[in-house]
Design a protein around this ligand. Structure first.
Ligand code: C2O
Ligand code: CU
Ligand code: CU
Length: 519
């Protein structure tokens, strides 16, 4: 990978000025920096209950301008729920925002009735109570609304939070686990703001095809913040909580990091990497050696998708600084983590295909081509005139009618319908599914409710080692095909279906979702 000098980082930082939001002479050395907000942990009370409230608020992401936001128990994002394997909690979600929401526990293996999918609507002023019985390995999961068809804009406003499952096995490992000290949550999102400082959000042809394209990176709701941590091994729990954007994470001084967990829990052993692609909805936990006490940035490098390489994402962009200069840390990197069940040598027959379809992608891609975007990306040089034309398409192309929006994308040739059951899946049986995409070359991080699965193969090859453990998102792109082995331990009835969908929320909200029952 490219070696990132301090200078490169300053240059990448200054690219923010290009985004038109000004006042960002950030530097890793001198200027006062926001400190990384750490979401407060929230455990069940003595009676086993947890109360969440979706509420409105305001934030100053841009320094001088107030942005209207949504949050959970706060103005933006939410607390980190901490649940233990074996525990049963009652969660009450109160909706104090002025629109219908639901609350979905992404990655939690629970019956359909508790899942918080599009059918479990919480009207404004109402509450929803559900029981969650936790029976799965320790993992970094998350929660977010799932109301159809406005999940994308509700998440943009700030409705999302972490949900961490703990268990005895992870507790026995010597991993850094002091919250906010050497166990650091990072929720990475991109946003774009209107000139008056509000979140930009528009479901036009560009968005339903390409997904949301922000020009500012936020980490836990802050721009390029700094975290002061223990001096020692640092654990980063990373959620790509962006609507659509994928990142390619790296460390500014080129030090290695060690991936220890994927979506659904620990890997068998740490995977040493210098670069890690992370798609929308995915989580990874990694350990970084900060024993030398020297600060480093977590950086994102340009990804393959043309429109996601608009500035400031056209070069290495620092997301957060980690300054490990506090008291000595106590955690360390074990050489092995967990015994993962081996995939069966005899795989079950293929029982389900999920093909992600785009019905209007030409309408969302052609204007980009005409604006010169693919040519600019191929040239390797950022051209402000092309960038301006593309940004103009993103912000000015008019919104689709709801009928057009809902018929733009689909799964297995059909746009999503709340009224139709697309298929049913056998309960408590290992199932082999095949996930692929039509002829569009867009990335589709496909997510399935009610399970954690294993990726058997990606484009005919074994998955990357960091995706060989428990997963609930299978990324495909470039005509890709993935096969997975999945099991649904609980039932989902016809009123409480599970969902299978692309986690690019603009795709999901425009039809790229299917629903299924588990008898
Ligand atoms: Cu994270 Cu169906 O969602
Ligand atoms: Cu989910
Ligand atoms: Cu998609």
């Amino acid at each position: 990978m490219v070696r990132l000098s301090r200078r490169t980082i300053l240059l990448a930082g200054s690219a923010w000025a290009f985004a038109g939001v000004g006042e960002c002479n950030v530097s890793t050395q001198t200027t006062a920096r926001p400190s990384l907000p750490i979401p407060p942990e929230l455990r069940a009370d003595a009676a086993g209950s947890i109360k969440l409230e979706a509420q409105t608020g305001t934030m100053r992401f841009l320094g001088d301008r107030e942005t209207a936001t949504y949050g959970v128990n706060g103005p933006y994002l939410g607390p980190a729920l901490r649940l233990r394997r074996g525990e049963t909690v009652t969660v009450q979600v109160t909706n104090s925002v002025p629109e219908n929401i639901t609350m979905h526990w992404h990655g939690l293996i629970i019956p359909g009735a508790a899942d918080g999918g599009p059918h479990q609507v919480i009207a404004p002023g109402k509450s929803w109570r559900t029981q969650l019985s936790i029976d799965q390995p320790a993992a970094t999961l998350w929660f977010h609304p799932h109301y159809y068809p406005s999940t994308a804009q509700e998440v943009i406003k700030g409705l999302a939070g972490l949900l961490i499952v703990d268990d005895e096995e992870v507790g026995r490992l010597p991993l850094p686990s002091r919250w906010g000290v050497d166990d650091i949550p990072l929720i990475i999102q991109d946003r774009r703001f209107t000139p008056d400082g509000q979140f930009f959000d528009r479901m036009n042809a560009i968005a339903v095809t390409n997904g949301y394209v922000g020009d500012i990176a936020l980490v836990n709701g802050a721009r390029y913040p700094e975290a002061r941590t223990a001096r020692g091994w640092i654990r980063l729990r990373i959620l790509n909580g962006s609507n659509a954007r994928g990142y390619k994470l790296s460390v500014s001084d080129n030090r290695s990091f060690y991936v220890i967990a994927s979506d659904g829990g620990l890997l068998a052993s740490p995977v040493e990497l210098k670069e890690l692609p992370i798609h929308a909805g995915e989580r990874f936990e990694m350990l970084i050696d900060g024993r030398d006490g020297r600060a480093f940035d977590v950086v994102t490098l340009p990804v393959a998708q043309d429109i996601m390489r608009l500035p400031p994402f056209d070069g290495p962009l620092p997301l957060v600084t980690i300054r490990p200069d506090g008291a000595d840390g106590t955690g360390r990197l074990p050489s092995s983590l967990l015994v993962l069940p081996a995939l069966p040598r005899q795989l079950p027959p293929l029982s389900q295909e999920l093909v992600m379809n785009m019905f209007r992608d030409t309408r969302g891609m052609m204007p980009l081509k005409q604006a010169g975007l693919p040519a600019m990306i191929r040239s390797g040089k950022t051209d402000p005139a092309v960038v301006a034309r593309v940004v103009n398409l993103i912000v000015s192309d008019s919104a689709l009618s709801e009928a057009e929006q809902l018929s733009s994308n689909g799964v297995n040739r059909k746009p999503f319908s709340l009224e139709r059951i697309d298929f049913s899946a056998a309960r408590n049986k290992g199932l082999r599914w095949r996930i692929s995409e039509g002829p569009d070359l867009m990335p589709h991080p496909v997510h399935i409710h009610g399970c954690q699965f294993r990726i058997i193969s990606r484009n005919g090859k074994p998955p990357e080692p960091e995706r060989a453990g428990w997963k609930d998102v299978a990324p495909i792109s470039n005509g890709g095909v993935s096969e997975i082995l999945v099991r649904f331990p609980y039932s989902a009835s016809r009123d409480d279906h599970y969902m299978a969908h692309c986690h690019i929320l603009e795709h999901e909200d425009s039809g790229m979702m299917a629903q299924f029952t588990v008898p």
